[in-house]
Write a protein that binds this ligand. Structure first.
Ligand code: SF4
Length: 242
């Protein structure tokens, strides 16, 4: 595990590593760059670079964490990549079901997520999200909606196109963020305002992560003169579980 600088989580846990690019949001994949850097540094877990690998030894790590942590699962991979065996995904879910932490799982492979859904056990502490970077991949939301995940969210990051008329039924949380790095793609302020409005009207929690750009510290994360840091309430979910 590692502490994370990502604004909407506390730490990362990577029981699998590696991936393949799938859609436009993958163009400047941070995980790929990092995996290659860690491979060059001789880090054992990344000896195969960005190839999909499962890590049995990582399955036990969350049992050792004290308290309740908020954990982004697989910042360096996609758990629902077709090369990750269902049996291994079930082991990841076993760990998540048996520990008290809040797990944020995010995928672009919503089709395989739905295929496996009935063979997975969904506790309230497992939040399931899909990436929606532009309107071409909005079908992922419909696939997510059909799963039995108790908390469902969208990560619209990097947002590279407008997302009009999102069907937010059954969706608990939306994260929006612009691309950063050396050649970031443009995010229009109107796209962000529209999503924020849609969330407000639908009563869905909204988190604005960043404007991004080549200097994300400078562009910051204010929208409408304020920050938006809403998240599903962990306490509330605990109450539902009891
Ligand atoms: S799905 Fe995620 S981890 Fe995989 S290539 Fe795309 S951005 Fe990278």
């Amino acid at each position: 595990m590692a502490q994370s600088s990502i604004e909407w989580t506390e730490m990362t846990w990577n029981p699998t590593t590696g991936c393949d690019k799938l859609s436009a949001g993958c163009k400047h994949c941070y995980a790929e760059v990092m995996a290659k850097r860690l491979q060059a540094m001789g880090i054992e877990k990344y000896k195969d670079g960005f190839k999909i690998r499962t890590h049995e030894s990582a399955l036990h790590t969350p049992y050792t964490w004290k308290g309740q942590r908020v954990v982004f699962v697989n910042s360096m991979s996609d758990l629902f990549h077709k090369k990750v065996p269902l049996e291994f995904i079930q082991k990841v879910f076993k760990t998540m079901n048996e520990t008290q932490h809040v797990y944020q799982v995010l995928t672009k492979r919503a089709d395989l997520l739905l295929d496996y859904d009935k063979q997975l056990k969904w506790a309230h502490n497992i939040w399931m999200g899909v990436s929606v970077e532009n309107s071409k991949v909005m079908h992922r939301i419909d696939l997510l909606r059909q799963t039995a995940a108790k908390v469902k969210f969208l990560s619209c990051e990097p947002l590279i196109g407008p997302l009009p008329n999102i069907n937010l039924e059954g969706i608990d949380w939306v994260i929006v963020g612009g691309e950063s790095g050396r050649k970031p793609r443009r995010m229009d302020v109107d796209w962000v305002l529209d999503i924020q409005q849609q969330c407000e009207e639908a009563g869905v929690k909204f988190f604005f992560k960043q404007w991004g750009g080549t200097n994300k510290k400078k562009t910051g994360r204010e929208l409408n003169g304020r920050t938006y840091d809403e998240m599903p309430s962990i306490e509330q979910l605990e109450a539902v579980k009891l």
